[in-house]
Design a protein around this ligand. Sequence first.
Ligand code: NAP
Length: 259
Amino acid sequence: MDLGLSGRKAIVCASSKGLGRACAMSLAREGVAVTVNARTAETLEATAQEIRDETGATVTAVACDVTTPEGQDQLLSACPDPDILVNNAGGPPPGNFRDWSREDWMKGVTANMLTPIELMKATVDGMIERKFGRIVNITSGSTKSPIPELGMSNGARTGLAGFVAGLSRETVRHNVTINCLLPGPFVTDRLTGNMRFRAEKAGADYDAFFAKMAAQNPSGRFGQPEEFGDACAFLCSAQMGFVTGQHFLMDGGVFRGTF
Ligand code: NAP
């Protein structure tokens, strides 16, 4: 299927690794010029070159912290009129909420709720004028089913979901959709870091714990970032103009609900 994206421009936040990188790669394969971002310039430049080599797409690398106003300005200067915005940032740390300060919460809420809202604010009206826009927020399965040790993720991301619920109904009339992609367990640095934390907490061997957790997923495995990236590209496609305000869970069937 031709996704109708050739010649479009995208900002993909937090995309030198993992799910963001996979989204940038899948969009670039569809002929989208992508602006990729991460804080670590070296890893980011390597990823940008890999995407160029594999897809031939135009790739602009912007090394900055997307959760700061300066970082957001840098991204928007590199790509002032994106057709596609993929919001993403590092997830908040696991732990016990009794140990978190107000400052810790402000960091989590800024990264996982306010930053996507600020980037939507900066881009959505241009998309409306141009009569095309696709915004995908990478959130988490934790917005549908809370994960006990990720209380900050559960809270901040659900706040974003509430905001998107309203805005997405106002923009769709102009062919601007806003949806969320909810990753369950995908094999990225973030997941292996979480597994290490949980294995240590359980006093278990890391490799054995990892294999056991993967086997417990109804699919018998963890997801691969490429699967996530392709779902993101499809959600951004020309064909998806009638789908907005939705939360697509990709978890191999972990969430046990009829809907
Ligand atoms: P990852 O493999 O650790 O990659 C994170 C990427 O984001 C890296 O490129 C990192 O580069 C960049 N990044 C982090 N903080 C940033 C910032 N402030 N500004 C700019 N770039 C930043 O993570 P992932 O697994 O792809 O996860 C992506 C998101 O999905 C996270 O919010 C995570 O919590 C959520 N999620 C993931 C899973 C999973 O199974 N993987 C499940 C549920 C939710 P630098 O460090 O160089 O900045």
